[in-house]
Each structure stands twice: as structure tokens, then as C-alpha cells.
Ligand binder design. Structure first.
Ligand SMILES: Nc1ncnc2c1ncn2[C@@H]1O[C@H](COP(=O)(O)OP(=O)(O)O)[C@@H](O)[C@H]1O
Ligand SMILES: N[C@@H](CCC(=O)OP(=O)(O)O)C(=O)O
Length: 379
């Protein structure tokens, strides 16, 4: 790949609306001495700038265990899980307090979201997390996400927040995942032990050579570069680019947006839209079906609209909210697949119903659409 091609790819960042930004322990904890408040203020100022330019930002932030250790006066990381969980609970307070204060200076509200693996593997909770995050973004709020360390056990933890960042990028279908860390990016070998290692500027997330180059963590972080390269691969599944970059670089986020060639950019093999659709279509089985009238088929096929209950004539089979259903025309041809917002029982009650009639029919309204267009793959 040539320098001109690199530059072209970086130029896309300014147009990429939805960013997930992950800030790692190695940066946040000021080498173990509590939270790096000055650093946090700097990233928040830059994120506020991104928001003002029309971007949406989800922040995935580590730092709870390290912040908790300082608050509790512990100088070394304990081995016992219960102590780590206690430290996380104490430290998370300081972490969100620091973000809330820093964002308030820009007139922005923040929202704390603590997730576990179960939240993302259970369909219903997955869909709820997704719609809450989308709502927060539409309100201009900055979600601040961390793993719910207090309730997870070793077997089920993400452990590192790189993986969590990538799954969040899948969840919100982000355009780009930015991983801020303590090195300038991915090097051909761990620069701590290989001073001659060279920075990778750009490559394909799926390229196996990057896994071979990546080593483990420094003293504070959990995952090292291996989990960052894996995260880039995961993020690519829903079409997101990943940039691994030094969080201590002056104005790092602003400069990334301006297209500067800093850090390492790892891109998906497929076009983002194709990857995103494949992801929705491929990672879930279909459970039941919705039968669409001709107007709804046209709205989906020709105008890329969401599917509203008014255009649905029947809901067949057994499905729950959050499962994938097949959408067929009245002749039985497959038109689309998508994540449905209502169970079969409720969907059947609102067929042919205008949006304003949903509440009267069900006694509640989950979403105005039966399938949102972001969750729909037209085939
Ligand atoms: N090929 C590599 N390029 C850059 N850093 C590497 C590489 N291999 C291993 N590392 C290590 O990964 C560390 C960053 O990961 P980690 O400590 O988990 O940070 P974070 O808390 O930001 O996730 C670096 O400090 C570095 O020592
Ligand atoms: N959830 C943990 C973070 C785990 C962690 O350190 O992850 P990472 O920043 O990826 O090395 C915490 O807040 O302390």
C-alpha cells in the first residue's frame, strides 16, 4: 500500500460519524498513581470537539481497579478476586465522577453503562443495551462504558477492555474504534523490548502477521497488543475500522480526525456496509416470519425504510423481541431479515396498526418500528 492510499483512508475518518473510543488502564492510571485527571480532561476536550463537529462518541474506559486501589490506599494489586472487585466498585465512582465533571464543562451529560458478557450474548439484553445506547447517542449524551467488574467471575470476564470496546463497536455499529494506549501504535515487535521495532501505519485487520507481531501487556494493562489486534478483527466484522494510537500524543483525537498519519489503522476486508449486513444476517438464526404487504416491500427495497407495523399483515412462528425474523412478501418470497422489536404474540396484535395505535393495542410501546432499518438486511 502506498502513502497516498494511506492518506486517502485516513481522510475518511472525518466523515465517519460514530466513534467508539477506548482508553486503556496504561494511560488512565498515570503509571499506577490514581487517575490521570489531566490526561482525562485533554481527551474529554477533544471528544467535545468531535461532538461539536457532528460525531457521536461512545467511550469505553478502564481504570476502575487502579483508581479504587489508590482510594483504598493499596500500593500493590491484590490477587484475590473479591478485593479486585471491591477496588473496582470504589474506583468506578471516581472514574465516572471525573468524566461527568470534565464533560459538564462542555455542557455535555454522561451516562454510566456497566456491561458483562451475558449482557451481550443474551438476545433480549443485547437489544435493550443497543436501543439504550442509540437513544443516548441521539440525545447527545456520552455513554461511558466499563466491564461490570463487581459481578463477573474469571471464567466469564472480558478481562481486557479492548474486547469490550470491539463488542460495543459491533453493538452500536460504529464506523471506527479508536484504541488509545501507551505506545504510539502497533509495532513490528513490542517496543519495550525491541527498540528497533517499526510502527505499522496501516493494514488489514485480518492479516495474520499482526497477531504474530503483537505481544502481551505492560505492567498495568490487561491485554497488551494481542487483544488490540483481536479487537480490530472483531470490529471489522461489523464494518468498523480500528485505529490503535498513543493517547499521550498531543491532541491525538483531533489530529486523527484531521487525517494525520498517526498510530496504526487496521481496516476490514469488506466494504463497511456489506460487512455490517453480513454481520446481522450471519450471526443470528431466523426464528419466525413477518408477512409484508406490497407497500412495505417497496419501502424496504426502494427507500431503505424501517418496517412499521402498518405494513405487516401477519406474524408467524414463535419469536421473541430481539430475535431475527424473516420478512416475506405475500407470495412467500424472502425480502429481508432483521432484529425484531416485538415478540410474535405482540407483533400479531399490532399487524396493520398505525404507529400511534401501538400503545392502545399493547398497553406499551417498545419502539415505533417493528424492525428498525439499522437492524434490517434487505436481500
Ligand atoms: N507489537 C507491539 N507493539 C506495541 N506494543 C506492544 C506490542 N507488543 C506488546 N506491546 C505492549 O502492549 C502494551 C499496551 O497494552 P496494555 O498494557 O494492555 O495497555 P492498555 O491498558 O492501554 O490496554 C504496550 O505498553 C507494549 O508493551
Ligand atoms: N475493567 C477494568 C479494566 C481492565 C483493563 O485494564 O483493560 P485494558 O485497559 O484493556 O488493559 C478496570 O476498569 O480496571
Amino acid at each position: 500500500m502506498t502513502a497516498v492510499e494511506w492518506q486517502e483512508t485516513r481522510g475518511k475518518l472525518a466523515q465517519q460519524k460514530r466513534w467508539v473510543i477506548k482508553i486503556g488502564s496504561a494511560l488512565l492510571t498515570d503509571d499506577g498513581r490514581g487517575l490521570n485527571l489531566a490526561g482525562m480532561q485533554g481527551w474529554v476536550d477533544q471528544i467535545a470537539g468531535l461532538l461539536a463537529q457532528g460525531h457521536e462518541v461512545v467511550l469505553v474506559s478502564s481504570g476502575s481497579v487502579a483508581a479504587g486501589m489508590t482510594r483504598l490506599g493499596w500500593s500493590s494489586r491484590p490477587d484475590e478476586v473479591c478485593k479486585l472487585q471491591a477496588a473496582a466498585a470504589v474506583g468506578q465512582m471516581g472514574l465516572v465522577q471525573a468524566y461527568e465533571t470534565a464533560f459538564a464543562g462542555h455542557g455535555r451529560a454522561t451516562a454510566q453503562i456497566l456491561l458483562t458478557h451475558d449482557d451481550l450474548s443474551d438476545r433480549k439484553r443485547y437489544l435493550n443495551a443497543r436501543s439504550t445506547l442509540r437513544t443516548l447517542l441521539s440525545l447527545g449524551v456520552v455513554p461511558v462504558i466499563n466491564e461490570n467488574d463487581t459481578v463477573v467471575t474469571d471464567e466469564i470476564r472480558f478481562g481486557d477492555n479492548d474486547t469490550l470496546g470491539a463488542l460495543v463497536a459491533n453493538l452500536v455499529e460504529a464506523d471506527v474504534l479508536v484504541i488509545l494506549t501507551d505506545q504510539l501504535g502497533l509495532f513490528t515487535a513490542d517496543p519495550r523490548s525491541n527498540p528497533d521495532a517499526e510502527l505499522i501505519v496501516q493494514g488489514r485487520a485480518a492479516d495474520p502477521q499482526y497477531m504474530a507481531m503483537a505481544g502481551g501487556a505492560g505492567s498495568l494493562g490487561r491485554g497488551g497488543m494481542i487483544t488490540k489486534v483481536k479487537a480490530a478483527r472483531l470490529a471489522a466484522r461489523s464494518g468498523a475500522d480500528t485505529v490503535i494510537v498513543g493517547g499521550r500524543i498531543d491532541n491525538v483525537l483531533t489530529r486523527l480526525r484531521a487525517g494525520e498519519l498517526i498510530g496504526t489503522m487496521l481496516v476490514p476486508d469488506d466494504e463497511p456496509d456489506a460487512a455490517r449486513k453480513q454481520w446481522i444476517a450471519g450471526h443470528l438464526q431466523t426464528h419466525g416470519e413477518l408477512v409484508l404487504d406490497a407497500g412495505a416491500v417497496k419501502a424496504l427495497r426502494e427507500s431503505g425504510r424501517s418496517l412499521l407495523p402498518i405494513g405487516v399483515v401477519a406474524a408467524n412462528g414463535r419469536f421473541e423481541r430481539g430475535q431475527v425474523v424473516a420478512c416475506r412478501d405475500e407470495q412467500g418470497n424472502l425480502v429481508a431479515k432483521g432484529l425484531v422489536n416485538y415478540s410474535q404474540v405482540d407483533a400479531q396484535k399490532i399487524v396493520r396498526t398505525p404507529t400511534k395505535g401501538i400503545e392502545a393495542a399493547l398497553g406499551y410501546i417498545a419502539e415505533p418500528e417493528i424492525i428498525h432499518r439499522d437492524n434490517l438486511v434487505v436481500l
